[in-house]
Design a protein around this ligand. Structure first.
Ligand code: ASP
Length: 594
């Protein structure tokens, strides 16, 4: 090795040793006859002192070095003078009195300041990702991710899971997104699809008798990009045979708890993850991925509001549309302008309007347009229901069920943000269970699976598939943390007949189902065991554990929000020869100069 010790290793006990360190120049300070260099490697920083009276040659060389030069330094470990210790550094009690310096490589002036977060545009960080990755924050995140993956592997290995790799070049496995297609040179006009997840393959591994499978699996989905989406991402993909729902929830809970405590930087809000039904989640929080770091429960006040003299409420309630209310603690003093902002926000999410009642902090009088439609008793009942205090604001929305849900969910998050609740550094995990098998909205007369088409209806609900499909609940479960769905899974269908039936309801003809999923349907005829699984999303979980706002901060080489790798410039045009070999004719578009 070109070094005897790392830049994070040396302590007071090492004083007197002659050592060799190698790393990057984090900072250089010239103090006349002395040059101080902070030398950095993955393990830390060590202060190196070049004293002309100790070595003129080293001093002359040190005068020429710049940040990010790569150095090898040999010298003696000495104790820092009293009062000059740096308690922010592990190596802060010592420094290296340099005998010899070797420049292993020079560096241009980097476009990013490596020794601090420069707050630069993310594009610059992504373009020079290899420099950005040198930073302490990124190294901390990437190493944490490594430790988390190791934790997962050890945990599952101890519980008899087998890690099995599945193909990347495969056939479409729909998870509700578009596939990435790979043209085949040897089969003109045919394509592989990159897996949206290894869903079918892991189920086939259950048919194959592996019983407990996992994989740190790369998944590919060609979706319109949103802030926290990446075209390729990593899941901890798992499947277990002869399993029941609660076995999976318990196992994942134990895994998450242990991993967060052992390698994460953000504490758990609680040890036992609460389990909410889908219905409770959407009723109380307006979403099936609630952020439980704060309460802010949405109340259904339909009964009370329907009895007021406000015609809109009365008519809506009579038509079966709910009236829902949310308390914004302490925001009763909001100005007209702030209320207008909130109303615009509600409208952006689909509401026709936003009603409100504020309780004046001093006079304790209720104000707001709808107040006059409430009797004194009705107001008192409302405040009681909402546990409202003087100074609070109550927001009320009434619309179609799904619109009301969406608007209230969005308002709840907005209010939490305004009140700073979303900054709380803790991980509030919960489970959401008992999802409906199908989405409430139908597209072109067919049912859309609320999870994916392999999810089993609850056994006792199977008869309802014919009589009332929307009432069918499934054995789907999601793990949610701080408003993100961090894992989704289900007990699967393992009988061909039932799978055929669900595919039909989703809109596959028998021929289409055979063509796309024939191998699965056939496998189900050879003794498929009952099985179920789950797939925690590693990137999001890592971001949460590291206290990072977005998943790009825990991925070494992410794409930007346009699905572009700005460092390597991918995707990019290719040579005509490559296209010809693939039998692709782009009609002149996208051909690189060849
Ligand atoms: N394949 C599913 C997904 O990617 C997870 C699962 O059902 O295990 O969401």
């Amino acid at each position: 090795m070109l070094k005897t010790d790392s830049c994070g290793a040396l302590r007071r006990e090492n004083v007197g040793e002659i050592v060799t360190l190698a790393g990057w120049v984090n900072k250089r300070r010239d103090m006349g006859g002395l040059i101080f260099i902070d030398l950095r490697d993955r393990f830390g920083l060590t202060q190196v002192v070049v004293d002309a009276s100790r070595s003129q040659a080293a001093f002359d060389l040190a005068e020429t070095i710049r940040p990010e030069y790569v150095l090898q330094v040999t010298g003696e470990v000495v104790a820092r003078l009293k009062g000059q210790e740096n308690d922010k550094l592990d190596t802060g009690d010592i420094e290296i009195a340099v005998n010899e310096i070797k420049i292993l490589n020079k560096s241009k002036t980097p476009p990013l300041l490596i020794d601090r977060d420069g707050g630069e545009d993310e594009t610059l960080r992504l373009k020079y990702r290899y420099l950005d990755l040198r930073r302490e924050r990124m190294q901390r995140n990437i190493v944490m991710r490594h430790k988390a993956i190791k934790y997962i592997r050890d945990f599952l290995d101890q519980r008899d899971f087998v890690e099995i790799e599945t193909p990347i070049l495969f056939k479409s496995t729909p998870e509700g997104a578009r596939d990435y297609l790979v043209p085949s040179r040897v089969h003109p006009g045919k394509f592989y699809a990159l897996p949206q997840s290894p869903q079918q393959l892991k189920q086939l591994l259950m048919v194959a008798g592996y019983e407990r499978y996992f994989q740190i699996a790369r998944c590919f989905r060609d979706e319109d990009q949103r802030a926290d989406r990446q075209p390729e991402f990593t899941q901890l993909d798992m499947e277990i045979s002869f399993v029941e729902r609660d076995n999976i929830l318990d196992l994942i809970e134990e895994l998450m708890r242990g991993m967060v405590k052992e390698v994460g930087y953000v504490p758990l809000a609680w040890e036992d993850f609460p389990r909410l039904s889908y219905n409770d989640a959407v009723e109380k929080y307006g979403t099936d991925r609630p952020d439980l770091r704060y309460d802010l429960e949405i109340q259904n006040i339909s009964e009370l509001a329907g009895k007021t003299s406000f015609a809109v409420f009365a008519n809506n309630v009579a038509a079966g549309k709910p009236v829902k209310a949310l308390k914004a603690p302490g925001l009763g003093g909001y100005s007209r302008k702030q209320m207008n902002e909130l109303e615009d926000f509600a409208k952006k999410h689909g509401a026709k309007g936003l009603a409100w009642i504020a309780i004046d902090p001093e006079s304790e009088q209720a104000k707001g347009f709808i107040t006059k439609f409430f009797t004194t008793e009705q107001l008192a009942e409302l405040f009681d229901r909402m546990e409202a205090q003087p100074g609070d604001l109550i927001l009320v929305v009434s619309d179609e069920k799904l619109v009301t849900r969406e608007v209230m969910g969005a308002l709840r998050t907005e209010i939490a943000e305004r009140l700073g609740y979303t900054e709380k550094e803790e991980l509030a995990f919960c489970w959401v269970v008992d999802f409906p098998l199908f989405e409430e909205e139908q597209t072109d007369g067919h049912y859309a699976p609320s999870h994916h088409m392999f999810t089993s209806p609850k056994r006792e609900h199977i008869p309802l598939l014919d009589s009332d499909p929307h009432a069918v609940l499934s054995d789907q479960y999601d793990l949610v943390c701080n408003g993100y769905e961090v894992a989704g899974g289900s007990i699967r269908i393992h009988e061909r007949e039932l799978q055929n039936k669900i595919m039909g309801m989703i809109g596959f003809s028998i021929e289409e189902a055979k063509e796309q999923f024939g191998h699965m349907l056939e496998a189900f005829e050879f003794g498929a065991p009952p099985h179920g699984g789950i797939a925690p999303g590693i990137d999001r979980i890592m971001a949460l554990m590291a206290g990072e706002p977005n998943i790009r901060e825990v991925m070494a080489f992410p794409k930007n929000q346009n699905a572009t790798d700005v460092m390597a410039d991918a995707p990019s045009a290719v040579a005509r020869k490559q296209l010809d070999e693939l039998h692709i004719d782009l009609a002149g578009k996208g051909i690189a100069n060849s």
